[in-house]
Design a protein around this ligand. Structure first.
Ligand SMILES: [Zn+2]
Length: 440
């Protein structure tokens, strides 16, 4: 029995290679895309939860993808060998996989890294039939950078564990499958030893070196803020309040995603292609939407960003976007609300289907019952606003977002603001914090 994983950028031939080798070595093929599709088709709880994230234009949290992989692995007898493809794609997933395998009496024997030069990716993408809208060179270029940013640490993790194999995947699919098969034969024979050659180590070291963002030269007159908080913390309401106070746009990623889909922008079309194929919208598409939005004229004096970044790689992406705009994030406001209060709040929450304004029967009632103050739409309740789903979402939030909060704390940008109680009272606290921020 052996367990291996294939890692590589788009067009590296992972899927073709995986299906050939699974047959040859009687391995079960397990990919993120496949478990996601199965869960959505079978309408499992995880599948329904995923659909909600995708529809709101949010990255499906690692914990959900992990739970799906765990379920799929536990269903198989331990003697059935596995070939993973597209998983793990983050360091968090790599650590999770080790724990899961340990708990199920498995061992990940090797991680095969199919490396191809960028030029070959472009060449292969251009020949792909049928052509995909996301294979356009400018999108691909960005996709590869995002891939390297998230995969570099994964590769390093397996290099340190002496399980990483570097394979040059530039040749024909026969040649690449042959090279992978040779490694699998060694594992089977018990003679496998992973070691990278010097130039392969150097290549990975380069991948791990982060580009130094350009120096910020102008003293910045803009006010660039992030508002963070758990679901139900009132993040949207308070972000929108701050935006109107300082006459800067409130940029909520959910709205941005819907806007791009609705208007059929290039990025919207790309996102749509993924959704229609039942796949996750990749991070680089969301990042590109943010980049485009922050570059618009109305955001030149500042913005209040809400819903991004949600993960550490997204933090780094935002740093990069800001550096390109010759700006930097001024402050990150984290609304802290106890879990039980959040559960109570969400039970009384109503939303506008048109502008997404949130209301609350007790804390923030609409002027006319059941009617949006801004556009008169009848309000609705979300079907996942039950105490159990709220607790599950809070757990996911912590797993996914606390590292982001820590990142901004380390950078001395974080302001924690108690978000309990009445909206007006919290707004007052926010204004007091803003005085401090503006003075800095
Ligand atoms: Zn409305």
């Amino acid at each position: 029995m052996m367990n291996v994983a294939l890692v590589g950028p788009t067009c590296a031939g992972k899927t073709t290679c995986a299906s050939r080798l699974c047959e040859l070595f009687q391995l079960r093929h397990l990919s993120t895309g496949q478990v996601l599709r199965e869960n959505r088709i079978q309408q499992t709880a995880l599948g329904i939860l995923t659909r909600k994230y995708v529809e709101r234009g949010q990255l499906v949290p690692n914990v959900i993808v992990n739970a799906m992989i765990e379920e799929a692995v536990r269903k198989l007898p331990p003697e059935q060998g596995l070939l993973l493809d597209g998983f793990p794609s983050t360091l968090y997933q790599a650590r999770f996989l080790d724990e899961l395998f340990h708990a199920t009496g498995r061992r990940l024997d090797a991680v095969l890294w199919l490396q191809i030069p960028e030029a070959v990716v472009f060449e292969r993408a251009a020949r792909r039939e049928p052509p995909r809208p996301d294979d356009r060179p400018e999108i691909l270029h960005h996709r590869l950078r995002v891939f390297h940013r998230t995969t570099g640490p994964v590769l390093d993790f397996y290099r340190k564990a002496k399980r990483l194999v570097y394979l040059d995947a530039t040749g024909s699919i026969e040649a690449v499958s042959g090279a992978v098969a040779a490694v699998l034969e060694q594992i089977k024979a018990g003679s496998f030893q992973a070691a990278l050659a010097d130039h392969q180590n150097r290549f990975l070291d380069d991948l791990l070196t982060e580009p130094v963002p350009g120096k910020i030269t102008v003293s910045q007159p803009s006010l660039d803020l992030i508002v963070m908080g758990a679901p139900g913390s009132g993040k949207g309401t308070h972000a929108s309040f701050l935006a109107s106070q300082f006459a800067i746009p409130h940029i909520a990623t959910g709205n941005l995603f819907r806007e791009n889909l609705g208007e059929g922008t290039l990025l919207g079309k790309i996102a749509r292609a993924y959704i229609d194929r039942g796949e996750l919208v990749p991070d680089d598409v969301t990042e590109s939407m943010i980049r485009e939005r922050l570059s618009r004229a109305d955001a030149k004096d500042g913005f209040v960003l809400d819903g991004f970044p949600r993960t550490l790689p997204q933090c780094k992406a935002l740093d990069e976007i800001m550096a390109q705009l010759n700006r930097k994030i001024d402050s990150v406001i984290f609304l802290v609300v106890p879990d039980e209060e959040i559960v109570n709040r969400i039970a009384g929450r109503w939303l506008c289907p048109l502008c997404q304004s949130p209301y609350h029967l007790e804390y923030h009632p609409p002027k006319k019952p059941n009617t949006c103050d801004r556009d008169g739409s009848p309000l609705y309740r979300r079907d996942d606003d039950t105490p159990e789903t709220v607790r599950a979402r809070l757990k996911i939030f912590r797993g996914q977002t606390l590292p982001v909060i820590e990142y901004y704390r380390q950078a001395n940008l974080l302001f924690e603001v108690p978000g309990s109680g009445e909206v007006a009272q919290v707004d007052g606290l926010l204004l007091a914090v803003m005085k401090k921020i503006k003075r800095q």
